[in-house]
Design a protein around this ligand. Structure first.
Ligand SMILES: Cc1cc2nc3c(=O)[nH]c(=O)nc-3n(C[C@H](O)[C@H](O)[C@H](O)COP(=O)(O)OP(=O)(O)OC[C@H]3O[C@@H](n4cnc5c(N)ncnc54)[C@H](O)[C@@H]3O)c2cc1C
Length: 304
């Protein structure tokens, strides 16, 4: 027990947008905060981040750097580079252990750990991810507007995605990567908008340094496209919320209320791990909301 550092009221696991946002609010609320971050934000391969007020087009690292510089003014917050490997709830608080063997204890813990994309096993996909293979038109659609574009998707999800992306480009092909599972009505609707549907299996994403040149299919066709949209499957980046007993939604997000509270008292979550509304702005906002309620709960706990 003595080997646990007890200097902190709140431990934030994950020091990207959600975690740093929460740390800023909590530091300013005079809380003693430790942020532990393993340095693998989900957008690290993307050259430019868009659609975050005042930081449109910055690199992801530059946004983080500004946050870190501003956070360094608050001596209430300590940041360390490490990976949390264990979290156990005890009566005196949450016992947190890291890969480097450090041990900490705190009353509240916030998971701002994000999600991990499970990229399809298609040659060239991983190299293009975040560069020219993109998940979100609000983040990157403007840069490839009106260009020859593909969507890798099928069924209801592929149908909705095609309707959405058609707002940014009229030169659009839906690659179903095997037999289409769209309904006849859905196929007719897309075709009436001149959205091409291609059912051949994908062989390879042809690219130069992550910039897509074309998509090569098993039927030996090659489509020349400049962008490909896909929403990959995902898992939680960190499995510790589940191990602590936090409920997940059917879609795989940590189940929180509007203030980042999970079903486990004292455990909070914010950012991508909790919402399909995947954006830097959302993560920052959710970090702020969670921090306000962590602070409120700490205050309330003192009045018991
Ligand atoms: C390719 C790509 C491009 C994107 N482009 C844009 C864009 O242009 N504009 C926009 O608004 N949004 C964009 N997004 C979405 C945006 O990046 C995310 O919404 C945002 O990064 C989520 O922030 P977060 O803090 O919740 O999680 P993340 O940024 O993913 O950070 C989670 C952090 O937790 C750490 N962590 C995880 N487990 C542990 C552990 N056990 N111990 C310690 N640390 C841990 C990770 O290393 C990481 O640093 C993009 C996403 C992707 C994938």
């Amino acid at each position: 027990m003595n080997s646990f550092e007890t200097d902190f009221e709140v431990i934030i696991i994950g020091g990207s947008y959600a975690g740093l946002s929460a740390a800023t609010s909590l530091g300013r609320a005079l809380r003693k905060v430790l942020v532990i971050d393993s340095g693998k934000p989900c957008n690290r391969q993307t050259p430019h981040s868009h659609n975050f007020l005042t930081r449109d087009g910055e690199t992801p690292a530059a946004i983080t750097q500004i946050a870190l510089e501003q956070l360094s003014m608050y001596n209430t917050v300590k940041l360390i580079a490490d990976t949390v490997t264990n979290a156990i709830a005890k009566e005196d608080g949450f016992r947190i252990q890291t890969l480097s063997g450090k041990k900490y204890i705190a009353k509240k813990v916030l998971f701002a750990t994000g999600i991990k994309d499970i990229l399809p096993d298609i040659p060239g996909f991983a190299e293009c991810w975040g560069i020219s293979v993109i998940h979100c038109p609000y983040c990157h659609g403007y840069e490839v507007r009106q260009q020859p574009t593909g969507i890798l998707g099928n069924g209801d999800g592929g149908y909705e995605y095609a309707k959405l992306i058609n707002n940014w480009t009229k030169d659009l092909t839906l690659f179903t990567n095997g037999a289409s599972t769209l309904s006849v009505e859905q196929m007719k609707t897309l075709q009436s908008r001149n959205i091409n549907i291609e059912e051949s299996k994908v062989r390879e994403i042809v690219h130069e340094n992550g910039y897509i040149k074309g998509i090569s299919l098993e039927n030996d066709r090659i489509y020349l496209i400049n962008a490909l949209y896909n929403r990959p499957a995902f898992i939680q980046h960190c499995d510790l919320p589940g191990k602590l007993g936090c409920d997940l939604t059917d879609a795989g997000y940590i189940n929180v209320d509007g203030f980042g509270r999970t079903n486990i008292p004292g455990v909070y979550a914010a950012g991508d791990s909790t919402t399909p509304m995947r954006a830097v702005s959302m993560s920052v906002a959710l970090g702020t909301a969670a921090s306000a309620f962590i602070n409120k709960d700490l205050i309330d706990n003192n009045y018991i």
